[in-house]
Each structure stands twice: as structure tokens, then as C-alpha cells.
Design a protein around this ligand. Sequence first.
Ligand SMILES: *Cc1c(COP(=O)(O)O)cnc(C)c1O
Length: 416
Amino acid sequence: MKKPFVTKEQIEEIVKTYPTPFHIYDEKGIRENARKLKQAFSWNKGYKEYFAVKATPNPTILKILKEEGCGTDCSSYTELLMSERVGVTGQDIMFSANDTPAEDIELAAKLGAIINLDDYTHIDFVDEICGIPETICCRYNPGGTFLISNTIMDNPGDAKYGMTKEQLFKAYTRLKEMGAKRFGVHAFLASNTVTNEYYPKLAKILFELAVEIKKKTGISLSFINLSGGIGVPYTPDKEPNDILAIGEGVHKAFDEVLVPAGLGDISIFTELGRFMLAPYGHLVTKAIHEKHIHKEYIGVDACAVNLMRPAMYGAYHHITVLGKENEPCDHTYDITGSLCENNDKFAIDRKLPKIDKGDYLVIHDAGAHGFAMGYNYNGRLKSAELLLCQDGSIKQIRRAETPEDYFATLEGYWDV
Ligand SMILES: *Cc1c(COP(=O)(O)O)cnc(C)c1O
């Protein structure tokens, strides 16, 4: 059972000030989870989580995570600017971009971020822009398929990211010649994994690679970045990941592979996004229409602009009808948004309690890759973001867009 972190009574109070739709985040949940992650990796002296800003690009969220000891993982110019403005700079930023524009590299270098090179050719690209920094990271792509217990988790061979192993060896040697002093490796091989085995398996691959790098180039890595990919159970039947077990799994691989090779000083970094925020964000929306044609439809005041994952990937997001948590799910609905796109449905053929106009729906696990993916199709505007603070109060942390925001880029162009 997925239980919302807000009640019907709370939402009825909140909407007096902030009308639906909105995203609401649970500060307490975010902090407790971040602390648990830190605990899971406390065996590693240099451990640090660089929160993937793209998952939830909101300054208040970044500040909360900063207070919990997290840095930022940025992949664009504006994400770097946001990180700087919340006071996360220098080596507390991991810049993991791909197909990167020169001005992004320039800003990353100016902020002193750790630059993660996506390709061998980026050595010269970065060198021309800012010179090779003393600390540098390379992204690895082993190719093929990524298996856990004979199940295909993902296809690195089809992924545009990273370098081959041979390129990686050449890259470290070259970077050292060019003045680099501290080196790291990074890989992201499977997304939204709901198994405690992903990180330990990935870690073992990267730890063995670190030993090989040492043998082939004489370079001892300073850090290994396990990147993102730890997922959350979007469907209620799945068990959530056990981060303490995951941390222990990585610890075991570390002791088996790195320590005997004399590489026991390597710091472990992570760049989690979804795991840090997804469960701690709800999209709250109101049922405004019901429609009975060939199927039963409930129209809500949110749409794919507020949460794109169902429309984009057919992703499942659990829905709770507030105040009807204990009623039988004896109705079958498509829950739709207003876009002129038939894929604008938050749920298809979903068993839910009877929904009446005016009911509030909580769409779960919308805290990461939710608001962030928003767009403005059909002239629809992005919603507000609210924070349920630890003391139970509500703080708006981003206002909703207005038509003026939508028209801002047209100022001066009405009479061209
Ligand atoms: C998207 C991304 C992440 C975060 O991924 P999650 O699935 O949200 O954990 C981390 N690192 C890089 C380079 C990414 O592109």
C-alpha cells in the first residue's frame, strides 16, 4: 500500500492559498532518506552524494540536500548557475554532461567543478577551453548488455554515453601528461533499478577496472562515481530498495577487489536523483470532469505538462483518491489531462474508488523527473512547487507560471 504523506484535510487547507495542481515535497522524508544513504556508505571515508539536479531543479530542495552533506551533479549551464546560487561550488559539483557546449565547460571550470569527460575527443575540447584541470573524471561505457542474474537490466551498447575501455586507458595516460593529478571513473549502466544488486554489481565492474587502470597506466584513481540508477518502486507490489544492504554490497566488493590491490583509499561518489526525491513528491490534482463514452474518464486539472512520465514512457504512477483511501477500488477509469494528445493520461484502466468531481487525487512518486520534465505544449502552464516543512507548515518554493511567463519570450515580437 502506498500512503500519501498528506491527508485530505491538509490539502483542503492548502488549496485555500495554493490552488491545484501543484507538486508538494516532504522535507522530513527527504532528510531521513538522505541520512540513511550517508549511513549506508559511512564505511567509505571520502563518500559523497552529488544530487542529480535534473531530477528536481529547485533551490530549496538543493539547500535541504546541501544541509545533509550532498553536492550537486549538473549537466547544463543553467543547472550550474542554480548550484552556484545555492552555494554549492568547487569540487562539490560534479559536471556530468554529454554533447556538451563550450560555454558549459567554461562555467564548470570557472566554478571549479569536477568535469566528467564523456568522450576521448573531449580532452582536446576541454583543453582548448580552460586547460586540463588537476582533478578530472572519465565516463566509461562497457558496451554489450548489462545483466543481473541473467536478466537484461539495460543496453550500454546502445547508449550514447561514455568511452570504451581502450579509450579510457589512453585518456588517463594523456590526461596525466597534460597535468591532471587526481582521476576518477564514472559509469551509469542501468536506470531505475529496483534490486539491491545493481550498485554492488556496477561497483565490482568499476573496481576491477580501477585495478586494470593501475596495471596499464600506473594511475591510482582517487574516486569512483557510481552515478544514478537506484530506483524506486512505482507500483505498490514492488519492494523498495534497501539502501543499507546496497551500501554493504558495495563495501564487500570494495574489500574484495580494491583493498587487496592497494587501492583502499578510493572515495565512492554517487549521483542519485530518483532515489533521493521521487517518493517524497506528490502531484496533487483535482477531478474537474467525468465523462462516460466508450470508457469511463475522469478529467483532472493537471496534465502531462506537470508530469510527463506516463505520457512519455507509459510509466505507472500510483494514484490515491484523498479521503477514499479505505474505499473499495471497484471502478475502472482513465485519468486524463487536458492536452490535445490522447497519451495525456495519468492512468489507463485503473481500478480506483468511485471518483466525484471535486475529489483530490495524489499522484505518487512525482518528486523526481516530475516537475522537471515539464513543458508548455498547448499553452499549458507549469504548476507551483510546495514544501511540507518538518514542522508541518507549508512553504511555496516555486510559484506557478502565469500567461506573462509564457509570453515573456515574445515581448517585442508582437508587431514584427
Ligand atoms: C540522470 C542522471 C543521474 C540521476 O539518475 P537517477 O536515475 O535519477 O538516479 C545521475 N547521473 C547522470 C549522469 C545522469 O544523467
